[in-house]
Design a binder for this molecule. Structure first.
Ligand SMILES: Cc1cc2nc3c(=O)[nH]c(=O)nc-3n(C[C@H](O)[C@H](O)[C@H](O)COP(=O)(O)O)c2cc1C
Length: 178
């Protein structure tokens, strides 16, 4: 798909076809493509935990916090993004630039994930509402492990419309100087 159409077609999908699994090869290919994302000093401070099959059915409850994301019950796969430790040089860069680069790296990674996913004809939704402690316990990791984002993946239910993009006025977000 050409890039402009990909950007227009990618949307947060909140109705999945529970009968269609995402193939493991596709899930791993999405992770492989996402790993091409840029990161500060190429630190790549994250681990992608791809959860599918029966495990995904169990996992859904960790993104159903305070009544949010009920639709996730029908979602056949998730990628939980674990925040890794930045490389020493990234830590140094963060201190010098007085900027936390790790969340920025993870945001860019997530954009790569959802665009690669859509390009493969699979839909997605980035999820910020999540139970990090629950996810850590589920994956057998230390309870302090951070999961800044989870990404839901699956095939949209038949007839799920591609919505018109709802964005602020161009001038609100873009300034041109010359
Ligand atoms: C950091 C982040 C957290 C988000 N968390 C949720 C969430 O918990 N549940 C949800 O349904 N959508 C979530 N979204 C999706 C946004 O609501 C969505 O991207 C936005 O409304 C624009 O719509 P679009 O993605 O369809 O273009 C999140 C998006 C981002 C980038």
């Amino acid at each position: 798909m050409d890039l402009e159409n990909l950007y227009l077609k990618r949307q947060s999908t909140r109705e999945y076809d529970p009968t269609r699994q995402v193939a493991d090869e596709d899930l791993l290919k999405i992770c492989k493509l996402a790993k091409l994302a840029p990161s500060a000093v190429n630190s790549q401070p994250y681990i992608l935990h791809a959860v599918t099959g029966d495990k995904a059915k169990e996992f859904a409850k960790f993104v159903q916090v305070l009544g949010a994301n009920r639709w996730a019950s029908a979602c056949p796969a998730f990628i939980a993004v674990e925040e890794g430790k930045p490389a020493v040089v990234e830590r140094l860069g963060q201190r010098l630039a007085k900027t936390e680069f790790v969340p920025i790296d993870i945001g860019i990674l997530s954009a790569y994930i959802v665009l690669a996913t859509e390009d493969m004809g699979i839909q997605s939704c980035i999820i910020g509402m999540r139970n990090e402690k629950g996810i850590a316990a589920f994956l057998g990791l230390d309870e302090k492990t951070k999961f800044p984002l989870v990404i839901a993946l699956g095939y949209a239910k038949e007839g799920y419309p591609v919505r018109e993009k709802n964005r602020r006025k161009f001038e609100d977000n873009v300034k041109l100087y010359k």
